[in-house]
Design a protein around this ligand. Structure first.
Ligand code: ADP
Ligand code: MG
Length: 773
């Protein structure tokens, strides 16, 4: 009976999560094997692991043996004997779950045991890390464990060469940042030679920080672009846009995502451009430029959305508060920001292909992962990936004290109180970690702390390895660390420093104290920050400061009707104001889920179409489809060329021509899709009569556009085949009009079907390009 109520309690407490008791019972059996396995010599332990390499799904007995062997191996190889909870976590991972395990509980090791288990049972594992530094660190750290278990391991980073990548992806377990995997998949898709491809067939994806990757970044498309003629932004237009006044000449949407000229603004622009009608087809390019410049000027803030360093624009990933390397906006927007900052224009190009993080991850047969905060996104994980969450209780109970929010009327009141609070706590010597929302905010706070003569370090947008080293010392008494949300993520903050030299003192001071400068748009992000304190049963504390002027509230909540009654410090104590804050966060969370769902519904059909196209492309790339098709369509020409150059050379020529047309057909199709979404969006904005749901309309048109793509590509290929110039080195692609882009590069965009104008503007830009001869 007691057991039953316990079970009911658990189920009631965490809806959408699975019962882990069967795993716990299995781990009890693992404990019983400890003595015997402990007696094995190192060689015998390796042998035991080798025996487990069955290449098939494990029976329960084999699972128990696997965990017993892995536990012993971990202790000997990396000096850490996995706790029961880590083995429970590994089991859940092996069953394809996302596990929730608090920060500092040792997910890296639990993940490695699971990865090795997958391999021994015949699978291959791609571990998705959040950045280069962690991919590298974890692969090296866990390397000795994999070695004892006889499993090959590797990692991929931004600096890896194609050959290194190919070798790394072929390992049984490969650690890589999710974006690198995505970019490699994109490049592979467009490979003109099968031997150039580097990635392996997707099998198991084990995702670290699973909620960030699978939910927060899921809708971010990874883009592969190819060089095309450069876009220049007209300086006059940049100047002109600066004259425009917010609220008079243009309006920014309440959510801060889009901006539009008002009638007054349009009149002004038209007059300044010599009395033209901006909305006439012939001025489309100007209109596009004005929109881009306005977007760059009104919506993108220096030091928040991007930084300027070394004469270049670096995007800040607002999700992470760090420089996102290799990222750029869709070309027009990039040029507009460069013009705004009076920088030299960087290269531009066209989108060759893109893939969302969600589509990338979904291409794996099994998806599992680990994070400190999964429960609140349990439903979304189920909806988008079909995975369930297993909550793994901590090894030692968490004793962190989470203090109630300190809410203020205005941002100024908040910041003043924040600095005062930091000063007070710092005087006691307690280590403090302050979590901010942006680089800009960190820097402003840093100035205030300096003025208050508080020594501190600021972490933002530097390199991950450096940040990790600094944040690892955040638990030393007397330290104040100011950090954007994700800086130094994945790094263990030990009390008293990395070597714990000052642990006793830190414990006496009640451990690490985490201060949030504002609540995040999701309670999950708040919890991630809090989770940095109170590691492995350590003492710790957390508090969030907030104000009614915070973006979260001004954006997602209406404060009219609220009669806040601040005390002398501007602090609010009434329940209603606090409830408002919670409400705003729930609205923000809901809005993000909606956007995600929306993006996914748009991406789904595109994904199916891509799969169809890729099937044909694969036959061209690795088979003789191109030669067969073209011989069929141009018999005479084919025979004539074979006589002159031989069958093999002609086959290669046919392949190259066909790939060119299939790929450019796809690029054009993607542009059509962007325009479609744009058009549908504009119509839905202008309140036109709606006959169908936007997604249905999109799908109908997208199907029509794709319908003839492959056939059109063959027709075009046959025409190129007619006039192809073939020299001693094979096809002269340039002269034959089938040259592939000379340079390609990759980036991420924050996409949103009806949302970011970046995407919509990209659509407009394409129209403009198309319409100018
Ligand atoms: P998480 O990813 O869950 O935040 P990590 O994998 O980074 O945690 O591990 C946190 C810390 O715990 C690391 O310093 C690691 O060395 C330590 N650790 C993990 N497992 C064990 C263990 N079984 N015994 C002792 N220390 C461990
Ligand atoms: Mg981790």
């Amino acid at each position: 009976m007691a057991r039953l109520t316990d079970r009911i309690r658990r189920v009631l407490q965490k809806p959408g999560t699975i019962d882990i008791r069967p795993y716990e019972r299995m781990v009890e059996r693992v404990g019983a094997r400890a003595e015997a396995v402990g007696k094995l010599s190192d060689d015998e332990l390796r042998e035991a692991a080798a025996t487990l390499r069955t290449g098939e799904a494990f029976t329960d007995n084999e699972l128990v043996e696997l965990l017993a062997v892995a536990r012993e191996a971990a202790e000997r190889a990396i000096g850490e004997r996995p706790f029961d909870c880590q083995l429970v976590g590994a089991l859940a991972l092996l069953q394809g779950r996302v596990i929730e395990m608090a920060t500092g509980e040792g997910k890296t090791l639990a993940g490695a045991i699971a990865a090795a288990g997958y391999v021994l049972s015949g699978r291959r594992v791609q571990v998705m890390a959040v950045n280069d530094y962690l991919a590298n660190r974890d692969a090296e750290w866990m390397g000795p464990l994999y070695d004892v278990l006889g499993v090959t391991v590797s990692h991929v980073g931004q600096a890896s060469t194609p050959d290194e990548r190919r070798e790394a992806y072929a390992a049984e377990v490969c650690y890589a940042p999710v974006s690198e995997v995505g970019f490699d998949v994109l490049r592979d898709r467009l490979a003109a030679d099968a031997a150039d491809r580097v990635t392996a067939t997707p099998d198991v994806a084990l995702v670290d920080e699973a909620d960030s990757v699978l939910i927060d970044e899921a809708r971010v498309p990874l883009v592969l672009a190819g060089a095309a003629a450069g876009e220049e932004m007209d300086d006059d237009i940049v100047q002109l846009v600066r004259e425009l006044r917010a609220g008079v000449d243009y309006e920014v949407d309440p959510d801060g995502r889009s901006v539009a000229l008002t009638d007054a603004g349009t009149d002004h622009v038209e007059e300044r451009l010599g009395g033209i009608d901006l909305y006439e087809a012939e001025h489309l390019e100007r209109l596009t430029q004005v929109n881009l410049a306005l977007h760059a000027d009104a919506l993108l803030k220096r030091d928040v959305d991007y930084l300027v360093r070394d004469g270049k624009v670096h995007l800040v990933n607002t999700n992470r508060g760090r420089i996102a390397r290799l990222q750029r906006w869709p070309d027009g927007l990039q040029a507009a920001v460069e013009a705004k900052e009076a920088l030299a224009a960087s290269e531009s190009g066209e989108v060759l292909d893109s893939i969302t993080v969600q589509a990338l991850v979904s291409s794996y047969k099994t998806v599992c992962g680990m994070t400190g905060t999964a429960v609140v996104v349990g439903e979304a994980l189920q909806e988008f990936y079909g995975v369930e969450v297993a909550v793994i209780p901590p090894n030692k109970p968490c004793v962190r004290v989470d203090h109630p929010d300190r809410l203020y009327l205005t941002v100024e009141d908040k910041v003043e109180a924040l600095v005062e609070h930091i000063t007070e706590v710092h005087e006691t010597g307690r280590p403090i970690l302050v979590g901010t929302h942006s680089v800009d905010e960190s820097e402003q706070l840093s100035e205030k702390l300096t003025a208050a003569e508080i020594e501190h370090v600021v972490l933002n947008a530097k390199n991950d390895a450096e940040e990790a080293a600094i944040v690892a010392e955040a638990g030393v008494p007397g330290t104040v660390t100011v950090s954007t949300q994700m800086a130094g993520r994945g790094t263990d903050i030990r009390l008293g420093g990395r070597d714990q030299h000052d642990r006793d003192k830190a414990v006496e001071l009640d451990g690490l104290y985490v201060i949030g400068t504002g609540r995040h748009p999701s309670s999950r992000l708040d919890d991630q920050l809090r989770g940095r304190a109170g590691r492995q049963g350590d003492p710790g504390g957390s508090v969030f400061f907030a104000s009614l002027g915070d973006e979260l509230i001004t954006r997602y909540s209406v404060t009219t009707g609220l009669r806040p009654n601040p005390d002398d410090d501007g602090r609010l104590h009434d329940r209603k104001s606090h409830a408002h804050l919670e409400h705003a966060q729930r609205v923000a969370d809901g809005a993000n889920v909606e956007i995600h769902r929306n993006t996914w519904s748009y991406a789904r059909l595109t994904g199916q179409q891509r799969a169809i196209l890729l099937a044909t492309r694969e036959k061209v790339l690795t088979g003789d489809l191109a030669a067969t098709e073209l011989a069929d369509r141009r018999k005479e020409r084919y025979d004539e060329l074979v006589d002159a150059h031989g069958e093999e050379a002609v086959s290669a020529v046919a392949r190259q021509i066909a790939l060119y047309h299939l790929d450019s057909g796809w690029t054009d199709h993607l542009a059509v899709l962007a325009d479609l979404r744009e058009g549908i969006h504009l119509r839905s904005l202008s309140g036109g009569i709606v006959h169908e749901k936007p997604i249905d309309e999109f799908n109908r048109n997208a199907i029509a556009s794709f319908d003839t793509l492959v056939e059109d590509a063959w027709t075009a290929a046959a025409e190129s085949f007619d006039t192809a110039q073939i020299g001693p080195d094979g096809l002269d692609a340039e002269a034959s009009g089938v040259a592939r882009p000379t340079a390609t590069w990759t980036y991420l965009v924050n996409d949103n079907p009806f949302g970011t104008d970046a995407d919509r503007i990209l659509g407009r830009l394409r129209q403009a390009i198309k319409k100018t001869p």
